[in-house]
Design a protein around this ligand. Structure first.
Ligand code: CAO
Length: 451
């Protein structure tokens, strides 16, 4: 009779607490032995956890963003009858039988986890009874790029190829795979980039290629003085690829404005004195005002999808958080349903989580509109880059007391600089000016948020 057994993370060398960046199977999938169950990505390598035996996935025990080590149970698999009952198969695969309780060692598992880059080029140590149907109809993996999670449309490529594509900012959905079963190889990604740079082939259809750019300057910096080379962090690489794509593909315009927040600040200070439970910063007032503005101007709470605009009826606000490893954008969900204190508490929690690298992909997805606040640091204005597929982002700089003409005299008022970048394909200049005007008025007189 078929047995349900544990599929464990095998020996992964010196690695431990490695984040799960992809789940390659779903409950109900049939997997063949050594088929990838999940992809792990450390700072140095990407690796797949292989199924120790063939069978049907009955339960997945990890989720995206979990950090796991050797011995962690990844899934419960109902072993194929022939594996469980066929003595010769069982003998051939001792790891399958032992997996239930013992973390397999490299010698016990047929498939020691290898960095994916190596794995793809390595000839299998032992001939597998090829089951093309199983390997070619494998379940689509879930992409790590939180905003592009489309489990039904994820292209078929190895983790190393996916990482490679991500680093180059290539959308694999646009790349045609030339390997067996339509699998996308590194050469396919390289060919795609080459075609994009020369303005040929699929470039035009992606809308992102055909820029006809001259090559990046190659400079021997050491010739001019002492240098030090530092590898980019994983966050730097992922954020950089996204920022470059968004900057290149979205026609950005930035609208500047100022809000008189004198009364708002007085109220915020009172709130701070009345309760010490949470620190209330200007940012939570901005979140509330932004939600009101999104409700008033729905085109800002939208995404472009081909020739359609997707208007969202929920209000999830992304907050850019600066961490030692780079920029991340956790999302506060249903901000319309939360008060200032609840938002302050959540903001404090996500900032700590972001800085401790504890944010899971789910906490960084589903945003409608982002706010990037540099107000605690300084500056008078900046031009934030839109966090695609959102269509606008609000930059906030440091408030300053300024003399403001009130019709009779100059009065000292605390002014907050606002910088709204928007996608000009979706939003025109007049709408953007209306949006920032609305925002400024709401911040000046918070009673407007009740309207
Ligand atoms: N004007 C003046 N002072 C401001 C302000 C503003 N617009 N916004 C915040 N402050 C003050 C706060 O009140 C706080 O003052 P006190 O300590 O005296 O009370 C201080 O600045 C620090 O605030 P904070 O930064 O800790 O908190 P926040 O809620 O404003 O922001 C967070 C939280 C996570 C968004 C922020 O810490 C952060 O990471 N900002 C950087 C975002 C970023 O890098 N954006 C760039 C993206 S493009 O590369």
């Amino acid at each position: 009779m078929a047995q349900i057994k544990q599929a464990l993370v095998p020996d992964i060398g010196d690695y431990s607490d490695v984040p799960v960046i992809e789940l390659l199977v779903q409950v109900g999938d049939h997997v063949s032995k050594d088929q990838g169950l999940a992809t792990l990505e450390s700072d140095k390598a990407t690796m797949e956890v292989p199924a120790p035996f063939a069978g049907i996935v009955r339960e997945i025990k990890v989720k995206l963003g979990d950090t796991i080590s050797e011995g962690t149970v990844v899934a419960m698999i109902e072993a194929d009858d022939d594996v469980a009952s066929d003595a010769s198969a069982a003998k051939a695969e001792p790891a399958a039988a032992k997996a239930e309780s013992t973390p397999p060692k490299a010698t016990e598992t047929a498939a020691k986890v290898e960095p994916a880059a190596k794995q793809s080029s390595k000839a299998p140590a032992k001939a597998e009874p090829a089951t093309p149907a199983a390997s070619e109809t494998r379940s689509p993996p879930v992409s790590f790029d939180a905003d592009s999670v489309q489990p039904d449309k994820v292209p078929y490529a190895s983790p190393s190829v996916r990482v490679f594509a991500r680093e180059l900012g290539v959308d694999l959905a646009q790349v045609k795979g030339s390997e067996r079963g339509g699998r996308i190889g590194k050469a396919d990604v390289q060919g795609f980039v080459k075609a994009a740079l020369t303005g040929a082939g699929g470039a035009a259809s992606t809308g992102g290629g055909g820029l006809n750019l001259i090559p990046w300057p190659k400079v021997d910096f050491a010739k001019f003085g002492e240098i030090e080379r530092r590898p980019l962090s994983r966050i730097n690489k992922i954020a950089g690829a996204n920022l470059a794509r968004n900057w290149a593909m979205i026609p950005h315009v930035t609208q500047f404005d100022e809000a008189d927040i004198t009364e708002m600040e007085a109220f915020r200070k009172r709130l701070g004195e009345e309760q010490k439970e949470v620190k209330v910063t200007p940012l939570v007032f901005l979140i509330k005002a932004v939600v009101a503005a999104l409700q008033q101007y729905p085109a800002f709470n939208a995404s472009l999808d081909g020739e359609e605009l997707v208007l969202k009826k929920y209000f999830n606000i992304g907050i850019a958080v600066d961490t030692p490893d780079g920029l991340v954008v956790p999302v506060i969900r249903d901000a319309d349903q939360k008060g200032l204190l609840a938002l302050s508490k959540e903001l404090a929690e996500i900032s700590v989580k972001a800085r401790d690298k504890k944010l899971g992909p789910a906490e960084m997805s589903g945003g409608c509109f982002s706010i990037s606040s540099l107000g605690g640091i300084g500056g008078t204005a900046f031009t934030p880059i839109i966090n695609a597929p959102e269509v606008a982002i609000l930059g906030v700089s440091k408030s300053q007391t300024k003399p403001v003409w009130n019709g009779k005299e100059f009065a000292p008022r605390l002014m907050l600089p606002l910088s709204l970048s928007y996608d000009h394909r979706v939003i025109d200049g007049a709408a953007a000016a209306r949006f920032t005007t609305f925002l400024a008025r709401a911040l000046t007189d918070l009673r407007r948020l009740l309207l």
